[in-house]
Design a protein around this ligand. Structure first.
Ligand code: DGT
Ligand code: CA
Ligand code: CA
Ligand code: ZN
Length: 573
């Protein structure tokens, strides 16, 4: 069974933790952490890449040594260096690093002085007030640790859609080979394209003598069978993900799909409508006086209660039932509508592929335009563009455009919004660009009032076009900064600028709720990948998921426009 990207990433993360606790060189530790992130966020499976004969060292940020290590993990399931380090440093110490506020130094001190190896050890020690006696800890720190351990233990673990897809796709491929299988579909939050999923809900129809249930519990990624029945089983996979599998009769397929797709709030709404008509609706069908009158398809279920078909992304109980009743559902934006990508990086700053290669890749994806938004020089990256280098890039783009006739390269930059709300390059240079992306990359901890003012002030500059990753959150890693997003949305409408839906699978920023808020306020967005390499261009569909969940249509998204119209929008007042 192929090794998943997240497993390779976990190995590298663990290795980085243990090496850091051991006191290894910072650069070495950093290299493994970066590799973990690169692999985890790759839209393609490392195992597939190897099978296709690709050279992994050509992936941005993966050198020859790392490429070799990835290959070893894929082939043997193990990373020998990690095994070696594990002999010296207890593996569980790596878990302690997941507790906020515990760095390598503290973990080491806890281990050497109090024999704390596991989260449980840590909890016991905190409860027995052992930690406060340690040098450099104190009562307050002990209290904070105790609280964080409790939160950590109770924290709901949700998986990003990108990682969930990787896990789900190979399982579905495997199940498809079962004897007597007919339909197979993943329902639940996965089908609704939520940014993260709790567990996977797989639904199948199959012949009576089908082997699908047995095959499911026999899957070699299963580490625990929680429930094993004829029509329903639940397992836990190596990744920690729980999976439910349900076998339903064909006559109930549509009803079951509807029921298990959810959300619960949406289901309740539909059931209520059914009750008004005297129907009983459950996962087996729509019933009138115990006679099944619908259930084979989802469409049938909706029709019976007087609704048109509701796309899964809208099934959140946010007004979609009312809209479906009035035939007023949005015509959701699709990947086909997208004509270009407005936020991409190259080797000029922290991207991993050249201007030319990125443009070629955009053309392969059928785009009419691509914009390069390498970083300005302020705080973000060491090699950010100053005026001179930006002018050089503008020249290079002019020359490239001369040679191309089926795609246009747009000139842009990702500017830092400085603390006082100014932008970090003078307007005289910015005017030479087609548009700008402006982002907050530092001073995340301002009050909501100050942060909001800072951003609005930046938007006052007519050179400000698109506000990049507007809340700064990174899923499971960094909370959004404090900001009044509604004020920002309204401010953007007033000034004629736009907000970004950053499609990077671990950002998704704006998220679905904010997309809806933007739409309700008449603000258009740019769905952009923030690609740092060619394969990152494929993040586009993850941004689309959020926009669709936020009810957005093609007309709400500026990069669905042909270039001429887009250029007009870029001209502010
Ligand atoms: P998740 O797994 O936390 O990301 O979210 P879901 O939406 O996949 O929720 P899950 O796995 O608990 O259940 C799958 C679907 O089954 C859910 O979206 C709706 C349906 N469902 C579950 N429990 C109930 C219930 O008590 N009432 C109704 N009407 N539907 C339910
Ligand atoms: Ca689920
Ligand atoms: Ca479930
Ligand atoms: Zn960027």
């Amino acid at each position: 069974m192929p090794i998943h990207n997240n497993e390779i990433a976990d190995d590298f993360d663990r290795l980085a933790d243990l090496l850091e606790i051991e006191g290894a060189n910072q650069f070495r530790v950093r290299a493994y952490r970066d590799a973990a992130r690169t692999v985890r966020n790759d839209t393609r499976n490392m195992a597939d890449r190897i099978e296709d004969g690709e050279d992994l060292s050509e992936i941005a940020g993966i050198g020859e040594d790392l490429a070799e290590k990835i290959k070893t993990i894929v082939e043997t399931g193990e990373l020998p260096l990690l095994e070696e380090v594990r002999l010296r440093v207890p593996d569980a110490l790596s878990d302690l690093m997941r507790i906020e506020g515990l760095g390598p130094k503290r973990v080491k001190a806890l281990y050497h002085n109090l024999d704390i190896e596991t989260i449980d050890d840590l909890k016991d020690a905190a409860e027995n007030e052992k930690i406060q006696e340690l040098e450099g800890f104190g009562r307050k720190t002990e209290h904070i640790i105790k609280e964080r351990v409790e939160r950590f233990a109770g924290a709901e673990k949700r998986t990003t859609l990108l990682v969930a897809e990787d896990i789900a796709e190979s399982l579905v491929e495997y199940l498809k080979q079962s004897k007597g299988l007919k339909d197979i579909v993943i329902a639940g939050s996965y089908r609704r394209c939520k940014e993260t999923v709790g567990d996977l809900d797989i639904l199948v129809t199959a012949k009576k003598d089908s082997s699908v249930m047995k095959r499911f519990v026999d899957y070699d990624e299963v580490i625990e069978v929680i429930l094993h029945g004829k029509t329903r089983s639940t397992v836990r996979l190596r990744s920690g993900m729980h999976v439910d599998l349900r076998v339903v009769p064909e006559v109930s397929y549509g009803s079951a799909l509807h029921y298990f797709t959810g959300s619960k709030a949406h289901n309740i709404g539909v059931r209520k409508l059914g009750m008004k008509k005297g129907y009983k609706i459950n996962e087996y069908g729509v019933f009138k006086n115990d006679k099944r009158i619908a259930g084979k398809t989802e469409k049938e279920v909706y029709e019976k209660v007087g609704l048109c078909y509701v796309p899964p992304e809208l099934r959140e109980g946010r007004g979609e039932i009312e809209a479906a009743k009035n035939n007023a559902l949005p015509d959701l934006v699709t990947l086909n509508d997208i004509r270009g990508d407005l936020h991409c990086h190259t080797t000029a700053t922290d991207g991993h592929n050249s201007l030319k290669k990125m443009t070629e890749a955009a053309r392969e994806r059928g785009y009419e335009y691509i914009a390069f938004t390498d970083h300005s020089k302020h705080v973000t990256v060491a090699r950010g563009l100053d005026k001179k280098r930006l002018l050089k890039q503008i020249d290079a783009i002019d020359r490239l455009n001369d040679k191309l006739d089926d795609i246009v390269v747009l000139k842009s930059i990702e500017l830092d919004i400085l603390e006082d709300g100014s932008l970090d390059l003078p307007d005289s240079v910015l005017k030479k660009l087609d548009f700008t992306v402006c982002s907050v990359h530092y001073k995340f901890h301002l009050s909501s009032k100050k942060q909001t003012e800072r951003i609005l002030r930046a938007m006052d500059n007519p050179c400000f076009t698109i506000f990049g990753h507007p809340t700064g959150r990174q899923i499971n890693e960094r909370e959004p900064y404090q900001v009044d997003i509604e004020k920002i949305i309204k401010g953007a409408v007033e000034r004629g600028c736009f907000l970004e839906v950053n499609a990077n699978a671990s950002r998704l920023d704006l998220n679905d709720d904010a997309c809806k808020l933007a739409k309700d306020n008449g603000l258009k967005v740019a769905i952009s990948t923030d690609a740092h390499s060619v394969s990152d261009l494929d993040f586009m569909r993850f941004g689309l998921n959020q926009a669709r969940r936020g009810w957005m249509e093609a007309k709400d998204v500026i990069n669905t426009l042909p270039l001429k119209k887009l250029r007009k929008l870029f001209q502010r007042g």
